[in-house]
Design a protein around this ligand. Structure first.
Ligand code: PPE
Length: 306
């Protein structure tokens, strides 16, 4: 990933990319005490526009609430910082990463004496699972690592520490030659990928695991369900058994980074005909038509940066 731009917004000011540094005793570095978002901006005929900005801000504020982090900026200030970061770096299509973290104060697990700090970075980031993935689909495998039990760490919260679980899933998948892993929840039902939600098509119906299946309630997931509804495709949020993956007509991942990425095999079992299916293609088409500004933004998903 060619990951660099010129400036990072850091506690209210822009600093050059190479100078955005923290102390090695920052709480977040030791205990994963951070909350973040992954947001995309898209190039449209009327300029760069941020996708689902209010939804991402809301989830970030909610994540901080669970971990009792007081963000030292208002939601309006954060929204402005995000848009300013895109403009300041002269970016059009890009990935935006706001991060709220516990900085350097006292070490020890109780975090509340540490200052809460905020950064916003943005850079160009193409297809998450490879350039061909959006069309060809990817090979995935069911992970031996489960998503967290509901009474351990809160899966719906996008906290840095939770991504140790994602890293285990992702590295194991890579070791097995898969582009991504699919984790089950603690009850053995399908949960999600290391950084994506999952959708399964069977007999024209779109299935996705419910919020109680230890998933991050993806913003792309919500948009996919809306687009399916718009297209008259029935959507069912229900527990998914592992074998439904092998018997599906189509499967795809959704996420900010992954967008809508087809899955062409699971555990080396070919999904449907082994290529992107018609419902996946239709939803991808509708998604990209909106974010590129090709069709009217009927659900008000885009916020212009300028
Ligand atoms: N589940 C997980 C565990 C997850 O990390 C993401 C986003 C999603 C579902 C999809 O959520 P949403 O982006 O709101 O549709 N993963 C982010 C981080 C990826 C990374 O490698 O970093 C992302 O896509 O930005």
């Amino acid at each position: 990933m060619a990951m660099k731009s010129d400036y990072i917004w850091f506690d209210g000011q822009f600093v050059p990319w190479d100078e955005a540094k923290v102390h090695v005793l920052s709480h977040a570095l030791h205990y994963g005490s951070s909350v973040f978002e992954g947001i995309r901006a898209y190039d449209t005929p009327s300029g760069a526009a941020v996708f689902c900005l209010p939804q991402h801000l809301k989830r970030m504020v909610n994540s901080c609430r669970v971990y009792r982090m007081d963000i030292p900026f208002s939601t309006e200030e954060l929204s402005q910082a995000i848009r300013d970061t895109v403009v300041k770096n002269d970016l059009r299509s890009c990935y935006i990463r706001p991060l709220v973290f516990r900085g350097c104060g006292q070490l020890g697990v109780e975090p509340r004496s540490c200052p809460v700090q905020v950064i916003v970075a943005a850079w160009e980031w193409g297809a998450y699972l490879g350039a061909e993935a959006l069309e060809q689909g990817i090979d995935a495998g069911v992970s031996s690592w489960r998503r967290m039990a509901p009474d351990t760490t809160p899966a719906a919260v996008k906290a840095g520490g939770h991504y140790t679980n994602s890293q285990l899933i992702r590295m194991e998948a890579a070791e097995h030659g898969y582009a991504e892993g699919i984790a089950l929840d603690v009850y053995g039902y399908v949960s999600e990928g290391s950084g994506e939600n999952i959708f399964v098509v069977q007999d024209g119906v779109l299935y996705t695991p419910p919020r109680a299946a230890s998933i991050l309630n993806g913003i792309t997931r919500q948009c996919v369900m809306q687009l399916a509804q718009d297209a008259g495709i029935p959507v069912v949020e229900a527990q998914i058994a592992r074998e439904q993956l092998y018997l599906a007509d189509e499967i795809f991942f959704s996420g900010t980074a992954a967008e809508l990425t087809p899955i062409r095999s699971v555990d080396h079992i070919v999904v449907g005909p082994g290529r992107r299916g018609p419902i996946t293609a239709r939803l991808q088409e509708d998604f990209f038509a909106i974010v590129s500004g090709e069709v009217p933004d009927r659900h008000h998903w885009l916020t212009p940066v300028a």
